[in-house]
Design a protein around this ligand. Structure first.
Ligand SMILES: [Zn+2]
Length: 457
């Protein structure tokens, strides 16, 4: 037993036997990796296979997803495409009224089910007003800076005149007219407008061309693949969705054993904070969100490997589920790192806030300059998909989570706990000794044993 000194508590490292993932103890090698997992509360062992990801499929799927505009609220087309792709893969699914997708990879048992969630919607904008100068005033959909909208080529979805094209420009866009003022105008959505590719010099002409208040605006993603990197808008979360679909393809094409039902969820309003609030059902005991990580100064996220988030602004992710994901990465030699996200929420937060009592975790691909000019590397997406394939094959984090309520018996322990000493607290002991010394005892000789020494053993 290892004992560490921490604050005023004694720490002991517990034997790691309370989670099935803890039994992943066999060293792994790559291609192919097969690990025998002993299963808690299950009668047999099953081999988990690290499944090979079809990287060409991942790439083509990502490019197709990027080509389908899907700002939050204008997601029907991408829902249709993902639905057809699931049908092609032979994965059954159903839709909520608004179009969130609940697909299912059927397992040997129905509960405690798990879920993997990613979101189909992206950032975008909406027409706020038709301006007298013939340009469109716009507001953002989702939370992002107009700094990254400036210069963007856009599609405006009108009700009666189809998809119109245009460019987002700062109000002072001509250097020959405004000179230095171009560099001093503020960065805000009030300081940009859309120049449409129609002859419009007034609000009336905008209306004649079909533009209207409330029209949705999608930004061209402009993807470019270079040296394994993909530069594009909306990698958040089209790259996550592509990784999930690539993992699903690998699973259905393999003979992998799926111990419990895995619900593969695609939400449609994550960027506006709604996310997975209304797509789950009671059998789902644990859910892994797939989204972007944030490589940036001070962050530990990378554009390679899986980034496992320990917490975001909504709070820490589930201890046991998160450590299980870390264990799977280590056991199957999947490159990974941990990180914490400061100004970040994902589908997990909305699910918990909606009242779902379940374990949630977040696995991510590093998207540099997230919600701006994003970039990631296919190595990160492949690692992420690989992790999902082994996660789907793993036993439930806890079989007891099948029930929403249960007894204390069998409730898990976290790996390190304090050793309780209810007689006196260390601070009180130190104060008492100090008082005793002043009353009756000479100070101990240097190096002499003290009565606190047992704390350091
Ligand atoms: Zn996202």
């Amino acid at each position: 037993m290892q004992r560490l000194r921490f604050a005023h508590h004694r720490i002991k490292v517990l034997p790691r036997a309370s989670s099935p993932s803890d039994s992943l103890a066999t060293p792994a090698t790559r291609s192919p990796v097969v690990v025998q997992m002993s299963i808690q509360a299950a009668p047999r062992t099953q081999a988990i296979q690290l499944l090979e990801i079809d990287t060409e499929y991942l790439r083509e799927t990502l490019l197709t997803l990027l080509s389908i505009p899907s700002p939050s609220g204008y997601t029907d087309q991408v829902v249709h495409w993902v639905g057809k792709e699931l049908m092609r893969l032979g994965i059954r699914f159903e839709l909520t009224r608004r179009g969130a997708i609940r697909a299912a990879l059927s397992g040997a048992q129905r509960a405690p089910a798990r879920a993997i969630v990613s979101h189909l919607d992206t950032l975008g904008a909406m027409v706020k007003n038709l301006k007298d100068n013939g340009r469109l005033e716009i507001v953002p959909i989702g939370y992002w800076s107009s700094r990254f909208a400036e210069g963007g080529r856009v599609t405006v979805f009108t009700d009666k005149m189809g998809a119109r094209r245009g460019t987002v420009l700062p109000l002072k866009a001509s250097g020959h007219t405004f000179n230095d003022e171009i560099d001093t105008q503020p960065v805000s959505w009030d300081n940009v407008e859309v120049r449409t590719d129609d002859f419009c010099a007034s609000a009336g002409e905008l209306a004649e061309n079909g533009f209207n208040i409330g029209d949705y605006i999608a930004f061209d993603p402009s993807p470019e693949i270079c040296n394994g990197f993909i530069n594009s808008r909306h990698l958040d979360n089209k790259a996550g969705v592509a990784s999930v679909l690539a993992a699903c393809k690998a699973i259905v094409e393999s003979d992998a054993h799926i111990p419990v039902d895995c619900h593969v969820l695609f939400t449609i309003s994550e960027e506006v904070g709604i996310g997975a609030s209304a797509i789950l059902h009671g059998d789902v005991a644990e859910m892994v969100a797939v989204d972007n990580a944030t490589p940036a100064p001070g962050q530990n996220s990378r554009e390679r490997g899986v980034t496992i988030s320990m917490r975001d602004e909504s709070g820490p992710f589930d201890y046991h589920l998160t450590h299980k994901l870390l264990d799977l990465c280590e056991q199957f030699d999947i490159p990974h790192q941990r990180d914490l996200f400061k100004y970040y929420r994902c589908d997990a937060a909305s699910a918990l806030e909606a009242g779902n009592d379940m374990r949630v975790g977040l696995v991510a691909f590093g998207a540099d300059a997230s919600h701006g000019y994003e970039r990631t590397h296919f190595a990160a997406l492949t690692s992420l998909a690989e992790l999902l394939t082994v996660y789907v094959q793993s036993e439930p984090t806890f079989q007891r989570d099948r029930s929403t309520l249960g007894p204390l018996s069998g409730f898990p322990h976290q790996r390190t706990e304090v050793e309780l000493d209810t007689r006196t607290q260390p601070v009180q002991r130190a104060q008492k000794r100090s008082l005793d010394e002043r009353i009756s005892s000479p100070p101990p000789a240097p190096g002499a044993p003290s009565d606190d020494d047992d704390d350091q053993s």
